[in-house]
Every structure is written in structure tokens, then in C-alpha cells.
Design a protein around this ligand. Structure first.
Ligand SMILES: Cc1cc2nc3c(=O)[nH]c(=O)nc-3n(C[C@H](O)[C@H](O)[C@H](O)COP(=O)(O)OP(=O)(O)OC[C@H]3O[C@@H](n4cnc5c(N)ncnc54)[C@H](O)[C@@H]3O)c2cc1C
Length: 495
């Protein structure tokens, strides 16, 4: 990009829906005398990627909030719905010409189809002489930039983390974050048309719709999705709230009955909060170090690095994006894929209380506690021997924080098919997990009210005679036998 300011620029928003500490937004504001923002919805591609109503609603409602914030600065935000990513290059080329844009800015995205789309956009705009800048913003360090000594991407988390810390343990993330765009003069808005007709008949407009083709309208009123407040200020409030609790994160993070994790994932994924803002908050608590002073902050920073690790994997190992197991030999697992078992798992009707409580939390709130994501994923892939892709897909459809990299990473970890995955012989026992992490059954009682009256010890594994008295099913499988079977199946792959 040239050092001389461009006359008119366009900021292409994606999952980076915030005013502050937004690299591409900042670059657009500093690099262009006049500029507008655009968001392109691609519901056919979103659907093919598995995005569900909840994550799409979070995106659209957050976009509405961002439009208000940009409007207060006299900066227009356009919206257009196209069918799929394949339609984007031609549309952006037309938009650039009709709006007389000199430069396009966006923050980079790393899944394979997103990268292909972005290369095609760059090529299309090159033809009309418009430069494109993709900024590194979604991660703390650009994916592809951290490698082993032999130049390959890391496949194991711990050495990845070591290399990351060696490069970053200098307090750099503690520096001030990027400011929001500057306010434009009142006539700036008038320099941009109200709407534009595109050749594809998909008009560029300034109104953000409640939903897009094929998706439902979100529950929860104007500023919420399933009870979660949306937008940058909601994300910032969540971050501030968690900052007051971070010192105790390591103590309580595994207990789902207590809201002790940050619950920032929906905001991080649509970009209402930046990953640097999160790291800065925790580093401030931790004396500027990635590991050290505060056990709570160090432990939370470790989780941010898991997120980072999975994003980096996409760039080094694009086959992850092709619906394949990371370990090729695990493609031979003879999954049983029993349809009715899968449906009972989805509905929270397996007869294993902690699994059912977790699945009902997901279905009702669009979010699930991390410990329980591991428990239900292990249960589905090992005890029910169901292909991890079915669980991955169901999570994508339900989660407000659905993120391809973290979700795929989590599922392949639990199924022992991924990088640095759980060893195949380590299968979570849902009853022991329940006794350990929900000792008095408080979480189970919240989501499985049928079991409320059971004692704190019976609630984890209800006694046989209960099933004739309440409307709750007996266990779907014997966890000891099914565990043994799964281990044999995986062990046989080696022979
Ligand atoms: C099967 C499975 C599926 C998952 N699917 C997703 C998903 O679609 N989207 C998603 O954001 N996370 C996913 N995770 C990771 C993790 O469960 C969630 O990020 C976490 O529960 C979000 O809650 P929190 O914000 O309170 O997390 P905190 O414990 O407060 O952690 C802070 C942040 O660190 C990141 N993080 C924490 N744990 C992980 C992890 N194991 N992997 C990657 N990033 C992590 C998240 O961005 C999170 O918001 C999945 C994990 C598993 C086991």
C-alpha cells in the first residue's frame, strides 16, 4: 500500500465487528481521506460451512451495533447479501468501481475457503487497479510465522506455546491498543450514496437486516441473542467483569455450575473484542509475563494460546479444512453412527445426567462450558462410537461462539484423531467427571429438572428404580463396556 493517503477507501468487515483495536479499520482510517465500510453476507456458503442461526444472529446484531457506532462518526456502513463466496470478487469489483474506491482493507481470515475468496478478490481488484491490504488481526502473531527448526508448522501445543512465549515474553502486547476511527465532518456521509444497484440484483444498502436467506430470526430482542447482550460495549463489559475474577480462574474454571470462565468466546469470535485486548488485560494482571506472577492469569493466557494454536494449524495444515481427520489412519475407524443414539445425544436424552445437562445447556443458551464440551465429545465419539464430524457439525449449528478452528480442534482432540489429541485409550468417564466437577449436582439440577429430588450422590448416576418413577431415560450405554470397545477399535487401527 502507498504511503500517500488514498482519496476514497473501503473497509471490508467480516468477523471483526468492533471500533477499537481493529487493525484494518485503523489502517483504513489513517490511509484514506474518505471511507466507508461494507459487510457481505454469504448465507449459502455460511450454511455449507455449518454456521447456524445463533452465530449468524450474533454477527448481524453485532453489525447493527457497529453501524450505530460508525454512524456517530459520520461513517457509512453498507450491507449486501450475495449467495456465496464465489460471488464476492465480482461484486466487490463492481462496488469498488461504482463507489470510486482507491483501496480496499480487510483483516485476514485463515480457513481455506476464506483464503481462496480473499486471493480471488485481490486478483479481481488488481485488474481495475485497486490495491488490497489484508491485515493480521485475528491472532496474536500471524499464522505461518511460528515454525519448528525445520520450518514446519507445530503439531504439538507445548512446543508451539514455548516458541510463542520465547518470541512474545517482552510485554509487547501490553502496549496501548489501536484507537477507534476519527469522527468525520457532517458532510462526509453525504459524499457516499444511500444505496447502489449491483448487476447481480443484490443491492448494496445501508440497512442491516434482522436475518438473511435460509436463516431464522434470533430470539432475545433487539440487543441480545439468547440472553447474551451483543456488540462491542457488551464484549468490553464482559472483559472488565472477568478482569476482576481472573486471579481465581485456575481454581474454578472446571466447575460448570459457577460462571468462573470469561464467557468471552461469542465476543471474540464475531470480533466484538480483540484477542490483543484480552491478552493485555491478563498480562497486566501477570506482571507483563505469559507465565508467572498470577496462576489465574497464566492459566487463562494458556487458553488464549490454545485458540492461537488452532488458528495457526489451519494455515500449516489446510487438510483440516477438508473435513478430514488430522491423523490419516483414523479415517479407518469403523464408526457405528447409530442415528437414534446421535439424536438422543443431541436432545440431551442419553440417560447420563452430566451429558444431558451439558447438551441442554447448549440447546438452550447457545454456549457450553469447556469441561463439558470435552465430556460430551468424548462420550459421543468413544462411548457411542459416532464420527466426530457429526458432533462437530451439531456444535457449529448451535454454538453462539462457533469457530471452525477451535471447534474442529476440540472435536479432533476428543476423538483422538487430531494434532496433539487425547491418547485413544484415555476416555473420559462421564460419571467420575460429574462427581468431580459438579459435586453437589447443582449444574445437573439446573438443566435436568427431572432429577432435582435425587440426593447429591445419586444425581450423577440415578438408581435403576428411578426410571419407572420419572420421565428420564435409562443410560443409553454401559460406559465401562463401550469404553473397552472403543479402545479395542482404536488399538486395531495400529495393526
Ligand atoms: C469439542 C469442543 C468444541 C469447541 N468448540 C469451540 C468453538 O466452536 N468456538 C470456540 O471459541 N471455542 C470452542 N471450544 C473451546 C472452548 O471450549 C471454548 O472456547 C470455551 O469454553 C469458551 O468459554 P470461555 O470464553 O468462558 O473460555 P475461557 O476459559 O474464559 O477462555 C478464554 C478464551 O480462550 C479461548 N479458548 C479457551 N479454551 C480453548 C480451547 N480449548 N481451544 C481453543 N480456544 C480456547 C476462547 O477464545 C475463550 O473465549 C471447543 C472445545 C471443545 C472441547
Amino acid at each position: 500500500m502507498s504511503d500517500k493517503p488514498f482519496r476514497r477507501g473501503l473497509m471490508w468487515l467480516r468477523n471483526d465487528l468492533r471500533m477499537h483495536d481493529n487493525t484494518a479499520l485503523y489502517r483504513t482510517d489513517r490511509g484514506c481521506q474518505s471511507w466507508a465500510a461494507v459487510f457481505i453476507a454469504c448465507p449459502q456458503t455460511w450454511d455449507s460451512h455449518g454456521d447456524g442461526d445463533n452465530v449468524v444472529a450474533m454477527r448481524l446484531r453485532s453489525l447493527q451495533k457497529l453501524q450505530q457506532a460508525l454512524g456517530q462518526k459520520n461513517i457509512p456502513l453498507y450491507f449486501v447479501e450475495l449467495p456465496g463466496f464465489g460471488d464476492v470478487p465480482a461484486a466487490l469489483s463492481q462496488i469498488a468501481q461504482k463507489l470510486q474506491i482507491d483501496a480496499l482493507y480487510a483483516n485476514a481470515e485463515y480457513p481455506l475457503n476464506e483464503q481462496r475468496r480473499d486471493r480471488a478478490v485481490r486478483d479481481a481488484l488488481k485488474i481495475i487497479g485497486v490495491p488490497v491490504e489484508y491485515c493480521s488481526d485475528r491472532t496474536l502473531t500471524p499464522p505461518g510465522s511460528l515454525t519448528t527448526n525445520s520450518g514446519d508448522g507445530f503439531k504439538v501445543f507445548t512446543p508451539f506455546k514455548r516458541a510463542f512465549i520465547a518470541r512474545h515474553d517482552n510485554g509487547a502486547e501490553g502496549s496501548a491498543s489501536l484507537p477507534a476511527p476519527r469522527k468525520k465532518s457532517a458532510d462526509h456521509l453525504a459524499q457516499w450514496p444511500e444505496w447502489l444497484a449491483l448487476e447481480s440484483k443484490h443491492n448494496l444498502v445501508r440497512k442491516i437486516p434482522e436475518t438473511v436467506t435460509g436463516y431464522g430470526v434470533a430470539d432475545g430482542g433487539e440487543a441480545k441473542v439468547l440472553g447474551w447482550p451483543v456488540g462491542e460495549s457488551a464484549g468490553q463489559a464482559q472483559l472488565q467483569d472477568f478482569a476482576a475474577k481472573i486471579a481465581d480462574y485456575h481454581r474454578w474454571r472446571d466447575f460448570p455450575a459457577h460462571p468462573n470462565t470469561s464467557r468471552l468466546s461469542p465476543y471474540l469470535n464475531c470480533g466484538a473484542v480483540s484477542i490483543r485486548q484480552c491478552a493485555q488485560m491478563a498480562l497486566a494482571e501477570n506482571g507483563g509475563r505469559w507465565q508467572g506472577a498470577s496462576e489465574g492469569a497464566s492459566s487463562w493466557l494458556n487458553e488464549l494460546l490454545w485458540r492461537e494454536f488452532y488458528q495457526h494449524l489451519l494455515v500449516h495444515y489446510p487438510r483440516i479444512c477438508r473435513n478430514q481427520s488430522f491423523k490419516p489412519e483414523t479415517e479407518r475407524v469403523p464408526w457405528s453412527n447409530n442415528t437414534s443414539d446421535f439424536q438422543r445425544w443431541c436432545d440431551g436424552q442419553t440417560g447420563v445426567p452430566i451429558v444431558d445437562a451439558a447438551m441442554r445447556q447448549l440447546n438452550q443458551t447457545g454456549w457450553m462450558h469447556n469441561r463439558l464440551r470435552m465430556v460430551v465429545a468424548s462420550f459421543l465419539t468413544k462411548n457411542l462410537l459416532t464420527d466426530w464430524r457429526k458432533g462437530e457439525h451439531y456444535f457449529m449449528r448451535q454454538l453462539l461462539d462457533a469457530d471452525f478452528a477451535a471447534n474442529n480442534g476440540g472435536w479432533q482432540w476428543a476423538a483422538s484423531t487430531g494434532t496433539d489429541a487425547a491418547p485413544y485409550f484415555r476416555v473420559f468417564n462421564p460419571y467420575s467427571q460429574s462427581r468431580r466437577f459438579d459435586p453437589d449436582g447443582e449444574f445437573i439440577r439446573t438443566f435436568v429438572p427431572e432429577l432435582t429430588d435425587l440426593s447429591d450422590s445419586d444425581i450423577h448416576c440415578p438408581p435403576q428404580d428411578l426410571f419407572s418413577q420419572v420421565d428420564y431415560p435409562p443410560p443409553i450405554c454401559d460406559v465401562t463396556e463401550s469404553r473397552k470397545h472403543a479402545i479395542e477399535v482404536f488399538a486395531n487401527l495400529k495393526s
